[in-house]
Design a protein around this ligand. Structure first.
Ligand SMILES: Cc1cc2nc3c(=O)[nH]c(=O)nc-3n(C[C@H](O)[C@H](O)[C@H](O)COP(=O)(O)O)c2cc1C
Length: 170
């Protein structure tokens, strides 16, 4: 049987937490990804990071996300794996950035042939859950079997460990 990959985007620093701008030491999605790894010990992890540094300020990042979405941008990402052939299940995670995953997640996804792969999507958010992220990954990953996703309220991520465990086993 093939291995499992946990690929995720997450950003520490200024974020929206229950409506307030708060500086996070570690991104919420990264915490969720680490919980998944705790339950699937032999999984590999890959953090999706853009070559271009993201704006530090929440408002600047928000404005950039809107511009990048309108341009359907695919920002360059660091150290992208050459292939995912050795994996049969790929957990894909990220924050909800204006109703979908950050564009860098789609840069990652569109590098690979998804025929026959299982995708388990997870997202952290402040109220929008997946938005249209599932439709968007379906379009970017033809041939993949996309399983039920897990949406996590980012501000409460530490309380989701038990739900993450159950979701992985289903
Ligand atoms: C630029 C930006 C846009 C966001 N847009 C949304 C949104 O449209 N809907 C939502 O529910 N949360 C939104 N959020 C909140 C994040 O999805 C949430 O805080 C998430 O847990 C952050 O994950 P991370 O810490 O792993 O980066 C946004 C956050 C940022 C920084």
């Amino acid at each position: 049987m093939g291995k499992t990959l946990i690929a995720y985007f997450s950003k520490a620093g200024e974020n929206n937490v229950n409506g307030d701008i708060v500086k996070l030491d570690k991104g919420n999605t990264e915490i969720a990804a680490e919980y998944i790894k705790e339950f699937i010990e032999d999984a590999d992890m890959f953090k999706i990071e853009t070559v271009e540094a993201l704006p530090e300020k929440y408002e600047d990042l928000f404005a950039k996300v809107k511009v990048d979405q309108s341009a359907n941008m695919r920002p360059e990402i660091k150290n992208c794996p050459g292939s995912i052939d050795q994996y049969d299940t790929v957990y894909i995670g990220g924050p909800n950035y204006v109703e979908s995953y950050p564009m860098a997640v789609f840069t990652f996804l569109e590098n690979f042939n998804w025929e026959g792969k299982i995708i388990k999507p997870f997202i952290t958010h402040e109220g929008s859950a997946f938005g249209h992220a599932i439709e968007d990954i379906t379009a970017s990953c033809p041939g993949a079997v996309i399983k039920d996703g897990l949406s996590i309220h980012g501000a409460d991520v530490r309380g989701y460990k038990i739900y993450i465990k159950r979701w992985i086993r289903n």
